[in-house]
Design a protein around this ligand. Structure first.
Ligand code: SAM
Ligand code: SF4
Length: 333
């Protein structure tokens, strides 16, 4: 494959990581992600079909993308998910997926065929009733048993937990001990604002608060681990124990200066930032047979330095500004 020059923005950031949302549909209804009234489901023709996902992804890879993460909605509810995973696995990239885990047991072979080793699974509580209430469905046992199955099958598992005050912030240390026993990583994500999720930072739990709780419980056993260059997470582990934990602090400590991410929505729009209210249509240009490379380059060139231009915490927490974005379920995280 002939490689073009890398995709860069005005600030010199090289973009080599693509997150593709495969669908806006989901088998859960997490309160922090999907609006209570749901989202309007549109006709299939609005979304990338199998060949379009693969064709557009191939163009990105020719432009220097080294890693692709599949997300959604729930990526595994898509009917052609196995084909998409196995075909993308043929590209010279690292392939990863973020899933709620409910259907993961049906995809073990596809993951292995595709050479997909790293799987992020979302689980917001270790308490069944609480998990089911946050996700508005009853799949706790299935998710937990699939996490165990994925671990037993040799995958590298990271468990994502969106922390919400008064709901699951009392489980931070339990999650760390649980992850240590299973020898996996748990990642605490600060609650972020998206359209329809009734965000208000009083419901969020900050990096500093998380570390206060962790230090109070584990004291000197808490060890800082090195973070990778483009890592969005600050990584820690407990001395003499397996597993690790990490904190993703997009609200109180954004990591934009090393951002290397491009997002492609299921309806084929580029988002040059998770928080961007504007998007660039790629799918219709692709359908018209246009050269999409230039469209991709110019979309990324226009990327703002920090959180789609919401530099200060005041800007970021202003609902007039942060609600211009879509719901998370239609972006993919
Ligand atoms: N359905 C899959 C899942 O839940 O893992 C993939 C899509 S989901 C949108 C991707 C990630 O975004 C999940 O880890 C989820 O917890 C996280 N997420 C969703 N809404 C969020 C919010 N408001 N703040 C922080 N993280 C959020
Ligand atoms: Fe679905 Fe994932 Fe959003 Fe939950 S976080 S509603 S599982 S897309």
């Amino acid at each position: 494959m002939i490689e073009a020059s890398p995709i860069v923005d005005l600030f010199g950031r090289i973009h080599n990581y693509l997150r593709i949302s495969l669908t806006e549909r989901c088998n859960l209804r997490c309160t922090y992600c999907m609006p209570a009234e749901g989202i309007v489901l549109r006709d299939k023709s609005n979304f990338m079909n199998t060949q379009e996902v693969l064709g557009i992804a191939t163009t990105f890879v020719q432009m220097g993308i080294k890693k692709i993460r599949l997300t959604g909605g729930e990526p595994l509810v898509r009917k052609d998910a196995a084909t998409v995973i196995e075909e993308l696995g043929k590209l010279p990239i690292e392939l990863a997926i973020t899933t709620n885990g409910i259907l993961a047991d049906q995809f073990i072979n596809s993951f292995k065929t595709a050479g997909l080793h790293t799987i992020n699974v979302s689980l917001d509580s270790l308490e069944k009733e609480k998990f089911n209430s946050i996700s508005r469905r009853n799949y706790f046992d299935k998710v937990v048993s699939n996490i165990d199955l994925l671990i037993a099958s040799g995958f590298t598992i990271k468990v994502n937990v969106v922390l919400m005050r008064g709901i699951n912030d009392n489980e931070i240390c339990d999650f760390i001990e649980w992850a240590a026993k299973k020898n996996i990583q748990v990642r605490f994500i600060e609650f972020m604002p998206f359209s329809g999720n009734r965000w208000d930072w009083s419901k969020g739990v900050s990096y500093n608060e998380i570390m206060e709780k962790v230090n109070a419980r584990f004291g000197n056993s808490v060890l800082k681990m090195p973070d990778k260059k483009n890592d969005t997470a600050k990584n820690y582990r407990l001395a003499d124990q397996g597993g690790s934990f990490a904190i993703i602090s997009s609200v109180t400590n954004p990591f934009c200066s090393t951002c290397n991410r491009i997002r492609l929505t299921a309806d084929g729009k580029i988002k040059n930032c998770l928080f961007s209210g504007t998007e660039t249509d790629l799918l219709n240009a692709y359908r018209r047979g246009e050269n999409i490379e230039q469209i991709i380059r110019s979309s990324i060139w226009d990327k703002k330095a920090i959180r789609a231009g919401m530099e200060s915490f005041e800007d970021f927490s202003n609902t007039d500004r942060n609600s211009k974005n879509r719901s998370m379920i239609a972006i993919g995280g």
